[in-house]
Design a protein around this ligand. Structure first.
Ligand code: THU
Length: 135
């Protein structure tokens, strides 16, 4: 499924800056407006200031003009310290941001080493999301 993104995700892994974990992650975010944005994880020596690939892609999308609610798909791949491609699911923080930036409507595609993707609706990955309407 969606093999076209797999090739791009594999290439994008080389942009990841992960000197501490040596765990590379790449993400491609698609929007309802038909745009695509890339992201990689960028680690920091002050560990909590690391940014995940998914949020990096979404923040870039916002910077480039995407409006809140317009994330439609997130494609995701990782490579472990042994250099093996591995399937990864978004962390809790990224699930929150994907939910908010898609009005809980995005689909997340998690790729394995063969380029096969598992499709997950964000409202299944993060049920009862806090989307900020209460604020
Ligand atoms: N990471 C991501 O980029 N996305 C995720 O959803 C899981 C974790 C990154 C953060 C850190 O640079 C490395 O993977 C190991 O946790």
């Amino acid at each position: 499924m969606k093999k076209v993104f797999f090739k791009q995700l594999v290439a994008l892994l080389d942009q990841s800056s992960a000197p501490y974990s040596k765990f590379n992650v790449s993400a491609i975010v698609l929007t309802t407006q038909g745009h695509a944005y890339n992201g990689v994880n960028v680690e920091s020596a002050a560990y909590p200031t690391t940014i995940c690939a998914e949020r990096n892609a979404i923040h870039t999308a916002v910077t480039q003009g995407m409006k809140k609610g317009e994330v439609s798909e997130v494609h995701l791949l990782a490579r472990n310290p042994q250099g093996k491609l591995v399937l990864v699911y978004p962390c809790g923080g990224c699930r929150q941001v994907i939910a908010e930036q898609s009005n809980a409507k995005a689909y997340v595609y998690c790729y394995d080493e063969k380029g096969e993707a598992r499709q997950h609706a964000i409202d299944k990955l993060l049920p009862h999301a806090f989307l900020g309407a209460e604020l």
